[in-house]
Design a protein around this ligand. Structure first.
Ligand SMILES: [Zn+2]
Length: 44
């Protein structure tokens, strides 16, 4: 199991909110660091 060694097979996924994150295709682990907030802009 490569996942136990930290060799995850990240796959970029997107949420309905427009946010994006990476999830491993093998263990379904979600990379919190890759979490990005929904498209910002237009504020002000
Ligand atoms: Zn994994």
């Amino acid at each position: 199991m490569r996942c136990r060694l930290g060799w995850h097979q990240w796959r970029t996924k997107s949420t309905e909110d427009g946010g994006r994150f990476q999830q491993c295709t093998r263990c379904d682990k979600v990379d919190d660091r890759s979490k990005l907030p929904p498209i910002a802009g237009g504020l002000g």
